[in-house]
Structures are given as structure tokens and as C-alpha cells.
Write a protein that binds this ligand. Sequence first.
Ligand SMILES: NC(=O)c1ccc[n+]([C@@H]2O[C@H](COP(=O)([O-])OP(=O)(O)OC[C@H]3O[C@@H](n4cnc5c(N)ncnc54)[C@H](O)[C@@H]3O)[C@@H](O)[C@H]2O)c1
Length: 267
Amino acid sequence: MPKRMENKIVLVSGAGSIGPGWGNGKACSVLYAREGAKVIACDINLDAAIETTEIIRKEGGNAIALQCDVSNQTSISKLFKEILKDHNRIDVLHSNVGIVEVGGPEEISVDSWDKLIDTNVKSLFLLTKYCLPIMTKNRKGSIVAISSIAGERYLGYPSASYSASKGAINQVIQNIAVQYAHKNIRANCVLPGLMDTPQIRHYVKSGYSDSSDEEVMIKKRNEMCPSGEMGNAWDVAYASLFLASDEARYVTGQKLVVDGGISSQIG
Ligand SMILES: NC(=O)c1ccc[n+]([C@@H]2O[C@H](COP(=O)([O-])OP(=O)(O)OC[C@H]3O[C@@H](n4cnc5c(N)ncnc54)[C@H](O)[C@@H]3O)[C@@H](O)[C@H]2O)c1
């Protein structure tokens, strides 16, 4: 049986993890590599990207780590120059970077609104701006953007900038899907629900969450899920793998919800 990503070159943004354990970008990178892809793991924190590539190499996979701030055009431009030195194509762009802020317009500062929108949305714009010409030349490509159910509905606590950023991601992806369909380039979103990743603990520690106590926050998030527990980074990774792979060759412009049913329940 051939592996599902054999001979594919996959660029993952935010391929590290913000804390110990499995973040979405890290799990996706490792899963792509397990399925035969060469992973270009980029992260603003080079050590975090290296940690992911070391896991991949220890498992016998193929990966390189590159530093990049995906919200900054100069940094993105350097990243693509570096990639194109050794590679003539990118088969899959996996746009994972996303930061969180809890609050509404009164709580969110103007600076942090700008930072979040740049990090979550401008990053997708820049990555696709540089990646689409490469995919067009190769007459093939798949883009997977990590969005959130927050882009579609209220999460149970205010998160105006985060929700706005994820809604924008969904629309950018839908636009690209239609505009590039005839070029054999697909674009889809994964919409995770409440996932237990290092990110949620990080934002509690930084005082960003609606609850300052980690255990209270975890309990609350588990209780909000119909199954009684949050999903994890591997749930996001397997959904992403399907969308990235040729198995999804006729799937484009879609929002694949991975939320254990939370967005299907009433109230
Ligand atoms: N955990 C959840 O409950 C949940 C739910 C829905 C969606 N998501 C989404 O999943 C994604 C996060 O996944 P994760 O667990 O890998 O996150 P994470 O917070 O662990 O971050 C992954 C990496 O992104 C890097 N990063 C941050 N800013 C960057 C920048 N400007 N340029 C390059 N790299 C940068 C960090 O250094 C980190 O190593 C986000 O898009 C988030 O919105 C998470």
C-alpha cells in the first residue's frame, strides 16, 4: 500500500508547539511525514520547529526546519527564497498559525487586535500569495487552513478578534477554492472545536483565558463537549491529512468541522 502523502512536499506554518505536548501544527507535521511527505516545518521559534523535525527524523521521516514570522512579508519572502533553493514545488500548504485572545471590543486593545489579525489572517494571505504561483506552475496543489468553529458561532465566551479572524480565513479559502479550481489547486479549512492542546494552557497562563485557574478552564471546556471531553491535535491532523491528500481530489472550498458535535447541539 503506498503511503497517503508519498513524494509530496508539505509546508507547515507554526509547525512547533507553544508548550510541551502536541499542538495542532506539530501533530499535522508528524502525521504528514509518517504518510511519506517531506515536511518543511516553519515557525517563528526555530527551536520549536527543530523539535518537530527531530521527532520526524527519529521516526525515519524527512523534514527540515526553517525560521519565519508568517505575519511579516519580509520574513515570508526569505522563507520562500530558502525553500526554492532546494525544491521546485510545494504540493501542500498547511497554514496553522493562530493566536487567541479572549474579550470583546472593550477588552481588546487596538494593538492586540492588529497583532491577532496579522498573525491569523495576514499570514494566510501572505503564504498563499507566495505559494499559489508555485502551485500554478506545477499545475497542482492543496491548501489546508486551520480555522475554528469560532469563525461560525459564539464559543461560550467573548473572543471578537479571534472569531473575526477565523471567519475571514474561511472566506479567503473559499475564494481561493473557486478562483483556482481550474488550475487543479484545492483549498479547504479544518474547523476544530475545543481541543486539548498546549495552546489553551498557554493562554490561561498568560491571563488571556476567561478563567485564571487551569483545572477550572479544562473542566469547563470538557463539560461543553457532548462527549464530555475535548478533542486533541491528532483529530485535527487526521482531518487535515484527508484534505491534503489526493483522496480529497474533488473536495474544495469546504469547512471540515472537527468538534465532537459541539456545534450541532442546541444551547
Ligand atoms: N486548541 C484549540 O482548542 C483550537 C481550536 C480551534 C482552532 N485552533 C487553531 O489551531 C491552531 C494552533 O495550533 P497549535 O496547537 O499548533 O498552536 P500553538 O499555539 O502551539 O502554535 C504553534 C506554533 O506557532 C508558532 N507561531 C506563533 N506565531 C507565529 C508566527 N507569527 N509565525 C510563525 N509561527 C508562529 C508558535 O511558535 C508555535 O510553535 C491555530 O490556528 C488555532 O486557532 C485551536
